[in-house]
Ligand binder design. Structure first.
Ligand code: PEP
Ligand code: MG
Length: 761
């Protein structure tokens, strides 16, 4: 049963559009259930009717013609109740409504299950037969399982179909304009530009459609790639000398598959006939083979699909290497980088002056790539799951990074509207220039320190420009992520030195390596079922003193003569971790002194990012020189919401009353020990968040450079008493949404709601 389910879902998934998907669906379910009829009714939210969109067994001519309103007939009743209905004689049911012309009068029994995705009813799946018998429990369970699995697939097909829909099939050039696709607002700003699709690794699923510049060159590239892959497989086989002969023979099979004329000649034919680039042709051929093998009933033959996929990925890797994917792409003036899954290293692939926006189908606003994008001030949308990424290369796009909306093929009206917002934004930024040199001080003289979060050296220069007073969080893992091996002590010292020098004499708070979770190093892979609850941050570095000591030594040496270094420990959950880390830091310090380099012992602080640390904040504060709240992870762990998962992104909210209560508790605990406390998560850079953090008693906030002037503008427009009144109001509220709106209103009263970004779109 499970195999059958998987097979049907996969076939539906691979269908080209919604109609093809529904056609396959009714066909396969009718076969699997061995019924006379299987139909699917799709709900149209505009007309509020369930339309017969595909059927096997009813009169095909009524497809698209008959429909039922909500709660009308059995189909409408299933949808309204959001529950299956299983009847042996449908016509006896009070809700029965005869649909003339469908031929359904012949059928007596009826089983209808709703198709629901993320609380939204998409339609109803129905099977019918003439026998007067109720469908049994296992049949009903099969239909419910099938419908639950298909809901996401259908929702996706429906949404992507919208983007690709052509109003006139004959005038192919005329595409539907201004189709909106929603994702998570990950970095603010508006951008208008042209899409370039990049694939992260050698993943066939991410290869975009692209026409061949030169067919002969593409064929030659493909031939080289096949040779390269063959050589590689041979080497892998030879290197694994301990394998038994029958296992070694597998490599011969692989090589023979490459020798086989079928695969190679099929790809070459497609390049020629469809004027396709080699990567796209390879993708299509491999997927066809895979679909063919996947359908086989024999388990051994089905497994061949995996071999073919693997082979395809190897050839693709060769192709991407040969053509040097990145340098080969001709980036347009206003490039919008679109990818199935954006990675931090991709950001560096486009010349900085050409990159205007980023869009990723996977990930969320809290992914590290989004944090980097915010640091670089590039409007970004994450988790745009309904984006047909592969078909988007070269199209025009508007990205609204404030609301997380993007618009494909924008009409002149839409372009004009967004161009006006771009101009307004420019004017706002210029206006903020005026307060660059002024302190972040309230009208009644309460002074706050605004610091920046950095990761790249370019962040440092950008920050100085914005009037930052030091670095509250330098994410040292960023330079580690940009390499293919651990940087040496000298390499690290050089990188750290440039950060310290850029800000001296102001402080630079360097966080020790915080990898794990969603931050992977290609050369130090960590495979875990629950990476956010696993080997992350300080846990990794305490288990690897050689990495920790080397990093701290590099930091200390870099601070020689500047003495503006502070060291911060991520993901602390217990006092013993702090003791152990302090011990290593003292040891590294002694070693540096023994080498004859006179440096000062830096201040050491702890990040409060997990609930355990919240409740031990007082004890932790007594052990170190400062505390800094990582509100991104703190929100994730308090609310048990993965910060990267778009499915639950709506639940991730740092204004949740429990998060606010924790934040108040931490600052009180720190102050009771005379220990300075700051916030360095994204909440600090939100002008509304900054207002209440100041009221709670935080006296240092660290944020992305782009937000410094906005936060400063808000703080300079208020007095502390007003901020405290707002805080006391929101602390009485029990819903994150209501708190968010209350804060927006509070900024409005200060005449500062513009600092939250444009709302007029
Ligand atoms: C945080 O968790 O809030 C934080 C600042 O650290 P990061 O986002 O790098 O995990
Ligand atoms: Mg963190």
């Amino acid at each position: 049963m499970l195999n059958l389910l998987r097979q049907i879902v996969q076939e539906v998934n691979n269908a080209g559009d919604l109609d093809a998907a529904l056609g396959i669906l009714v066909d396969r379910v009718q076969q699997a259930m061995n019924t006379e009829v299987c139909s699917v009714y799709v709900y149209n939210a505009k007309t509020k009717r369930h339309i017969l969109r595909a059927t096997k067994g009813l009169n095909a001519a009524s497809v698209g013609k008959v429909s039922l309103s909500n709660n009308e007939g059995l189909v409408g009743f299933v949808a309204a109740r959001e529950e299956p209905i299983n009847l042996d004689d449908a016509s006896k049911h009070p809700k029965y409504h005869f649909l003339s012309g469908t031929g359904e009068e012949k059928f007596n029994s009826f089983l209808g299950v709703p198709i629901i995705n993320q609380k939204r009813i998409l339609g109803v799946l129905v099977v019918q037969q003439s026998d007067r018998r109720k469908f049994d429990e296992s049949e009903e369970a099969f239909m419910v399982t099938m419908s639950a699995q298909l809901a996401g697939v259908l929702a996706h097909a429906e949404a992507t179909g919208q983007v690709l829909e052509r109003p006139d099939q004959f005038k192919k050039k005329k595409v539907k304009q201004d189709v909106v696709v929603k994702g998570a607002a990950a970095a603010p700003g508006i951008a208008i530009g042209t899409v370039v699709v990049l694939s992260p690794t050698a993943d066939l699923y991410d290869v975009p459609d692209r026409t061949a510049q030169n067919v002969d060159d593409e064929i030659l590239r493909f031939k080289h790639a096949i040779d390269g892959a063959r050589m590689q497989i041979k080497q892998v086989g030879e290197a694994l000398k301990d394998l038994r002969p029958e296992e070694q023979a597998l490599f011969d099979v692989y090589i023979r598959m490459l020798d086989d004329d079928a695969l190679g000649s099929e790809v070459t034919r497609r390049i020629k006939e469809n004027n396709q680039w080699a990567q796209g042709a390879l993708r299509d051929v491999i997927f066809e083979y895979v679909a063919h093998f996947d359908k086989m009933d024999d388990a051994y033959l089905r497994e061949r699909a995996t071999d073919i996929k693997d082979l395809g990925a190897r050839v693709l890797a060769q192709l991407q290497d040969t053509i040097e994917l990145v340098s080969d792409v001709d980036f347009p003036e206003h490039t919008i980088l679109v990818s199935e899954e954006l990675t931090p290293s991709m950001l560096g692939e486009v010349p900085e002056n050409k990159l205007v926006a980023l869009v990723s189908a996977k990930g969320s606003a809290n992914s590290h790539v989004a944090i980097l994008a915010r640091a670089m001030g590039i409007p970004t949308i994450m988790g745009a799951v309904d984006l047909p990424v592969k078909q988007m290369d070269g199209i025009k796009l508007v990205v609204d990074g404030y609301r997380g909306h993007l618009y494909t093929h924008p009409s002149p009206r839409m372009l004009e509207q967004f161009q006006a917002i771009v101009e307004e934004e420019k004017a706002l930024v210029q206006g903020l220039e005026a307060i660059k040199e002024l302190p972040a001080q309230t009208t009644d003289g309460h002074r706050l320190k605004l610091l920046v979060n950095t990761g790249l050296i370019t962040d440092a220069y950008r920050s100085l420009d914005k009037g930052a007073e030091g670095v509250g969080l330098y994410r040292t893992e960023v330079p580690f992520m940009m390499r293919d091996r651990f940087p040496s002590e000298t390499e690290q010292a050089n990188i750290y030195r440039s950060q310290l020098e850029a800000f001296a004499p102001q402080p630079v708070t360097m966080r020790t390596l915080d990898i794990g979770g969603d931050k992977a190093l290609s050369y130090f892979p960590i495979e875990e079922d629950n990476p956010f609850l696993g080997w992350r941050g300080i846990r990794v570095t305490l288990d690897h003193p050689e990495i920790f000591l080397l990093q701290v030594r590099a930091m200390l040496k870099a601070s020689h003569g500047l003495n503006n270094l502070k060291i911060m420990l991520p993901m602390i959950t217990s006092t013993s971790e702090v003791e152990e880390a302090l011990h290593f830091i003292y040891r590294a310090y002694q070693e540096v002194i023994e080498e004859g380099i006179e440096v000062e012992m830096p201040e050491v602080g702890v990040m409060i990012e997990v609930p355990a640390a919240v409740y031990q904040a007082k004890q932790l504060a007594s052990m170190v020189d400062f505390l800094s709240v990582g509100s991104n992870d703190l929100t994730q762990y308090l609310l048990a919401v993965d910060r990267n998962n778009p499915r639950v992104a709506g639940l991730y909210d740092s204004f949740h009353p429990s998060v606010l209560a924790a934040l108040q508790h931490i600052v009180n605990a720190g102050k009771s020990e005379n220990c300075p406390v700051s916030v360095c998560g994204e909440m600090a850079g939100n002008p509304a968040g900054a207002l209440i953090l100041m009221a709670m008693g935080y006296d240092m906030l660290s944020m992305n450079a782009t937000n410094v002037p906005r936060v400063k503008s808000v703080l300079r427009s208020t007095d502390l008493i007003y901020a405290q009144e707002v805080l006391s109001d929101v602390m009485q509220l029990d819903s994150a949404q209501v708190i968010g709106s209350t804060l927006e209103l509070a900024l409005n009263k200060l005449g500062q709601s513009r600092m939250l970004g444009p709302r007029a779109t």
